[in-house]
Write a new protein. Structure first.
Length: 64
């Protein structure tokens, strides 16, 4: 179950960052002011780094 939670963390982080990029680009450009959208994602990075090693084991354990 720990591997699945790791996958959820990594995918969730990716989706959060992607949503922030879409929101930042809503006016057709991305500038330094849009960096504030990413600030809320920064505290999630340590948990994400700890989750990455568990991904390999989970993906190798998956069946077709």
């Amino acid at each position: 179950m720990e591997g699945i939670e790791s996958i959820k963390k990594v995918v969730g982080f990716g989706l959060d960052v992607a949503a922030d990029v879409v929101k930042a680009n809503s006016d057709g450009k991305i500038d330094w002011k849009d960096g504030f959208l990413i600030i809320d994602d920064i505290p999630k990075i340590p948990a994400l780094i700890k989750a990455v090693p568990k991904l390999k084991g989970e993906f190798s354990d998956m069946s077709e």
